[in-house]
Design a protein around this ligand. Structure first.
Ligand code: PEP
Ligand code: MG
Length: 325
């Protein structure tokens, strides 16, 4: 059985009635790229770059990062490599920056806020990404964007780095796509505005659940409230997909939810363009997609989106999915 799933994992993620849902990989380490290829990943939808900064005594150099990104992009070409800029802070702390006195790290100096505090760090990473973009399949993605002003400032920063490279006669792809993680409620609510400023969205449900439901994702005492099928979550995701599509951009989902067999048919019903998940989950999720029809996913979505409680949604989904998949 397992080998049948593995054998079909290199076929495209496409429903019986012809809807394409690309399945990409989330990785944290360069070495995982072999696993992405082995498991049929259609590119890398989320490269969590912070691991190059953890557990070491000095910052990685621009050249070191460049070579890493270039090699990775070359290996997965022509499929895409989405490089997420540093998401340090919160639960990922680097010894290189000393201890931050923060009462609520998840609400503090994290991700792009951290990079804004240390511009030289951000500049080095962006130079490395842009230099690697010459391969033609690299995208930049910003984590934890809270609103338009922040996004405009980020894009201006990227422009500055591009200018610098031009002055130095260093090549980069001027059309490198720029996208954002939609993982804060404020980004969900202004998705229509943000969509006009970026080339793609990727919904980060791990954080979106944390920040929407007000539960620390690392706190075991409240983990029972970590509910992907909460109506607030489903409505948020749906509105982001719709806002993205209205503006003509692709919408991906790269949280754990995208590898949950009970959630995938619902996300498909919302017409999410890409799912990005851990490599080992790709064959199983592709199998679900290839055995589904868009019609039944749309039906399932209609049932759960109109329901008022998590319990009801869990029951509905189990009922339909157990019977069908
Ligand atoms: C997310 O928040 O859903 C996500 C994919 O990013 P991370 O888990 O790295 O915060
Ligand atoms: Mg996140």
């Amino acid at each position: 059985y397992q080998s049948t799933i593995m054998r079909s994992c290199h076929l495209p993620g496409e429903t019986i009635d012809g809807y394409r849902v690309n399945v990409l990989a989330n990785i944290e380490l360069f070495e995982e790229v072999t696993s992405v290829l082995d498991h049929g990943g259609e590119g890398i939808g989320l490269y969590r770059t912070e691991y190059s900064y953890l557990n070491r005594n000095e910052l990685p150099s621009e050249n070191e990062l460049f070579e890493e990104y270039w090699d990775l992009a070359s290996i997965v070409a022509p499929e895409r490599l989405v490089i997420r800029t540093l998401d340090l802070g919160g639960d990922k702390l680097s010894d290189l920056f000393g201890h931050l006195e923060e009462a609520n790290p998840a609400l503090g100096l994290r991700a792009i806020r951290f990079c804004r505090q240390y511009p030289y760090l951000f500049r080095t990473q962006l130079r490395a990404i842009l230099r690697a973009s010459v391969t033609g399949n690299v995208s930049i993605m910003f984590p934890m964007v809270s609103g338009l002003n922040e996004l405009v400032e980020l894009k201006r920063f990227v422009e500055g780095v591009k200018q610098e490279l031009r002055r130095e006669n260093i090549a980069y792809n001027p059309d490198t796509p720029i996208g954002i993680m939609v993982e804060l409620p404020s980004a969900v609510m202004t998705a229509d505005i943000l969509a006009k400023e970026v080339d793609f969205f990727s919904i980060g449900t791990n954080d979106l659940i944390q920040y929407s439901l007000g539960i620390d994702r690392t706190n075991k005492y409240v983990s029972y409230l970590y509910q992907p099928l909460h109506p607030a979550l489903l409505r948020s995701i749906k509105s982001v997909v719709d806002a993205g599509h209205q503006a003509g951009i692709e919408v991906s989902l790269c949280g754990e939810m995208a590898s949950d067999p009970f959630c995938v048919p619902i996300l498909m019903g919302m017409q999410v363009d890409n799912l990005s998940i851990n490599p080992q989950s790709i064959p199983g999720i592709k199998r679900i997609i290839r055995n589904a029809t868009m019609e039944e996913c749309a039906y399932l979505l209609k049932q759960v989106i109109n329901s008022s409680s998590v319990a009801k949604n869990n029951a509905l989904v189990q009922d339909i999915i157990f019977k069908r998949f």
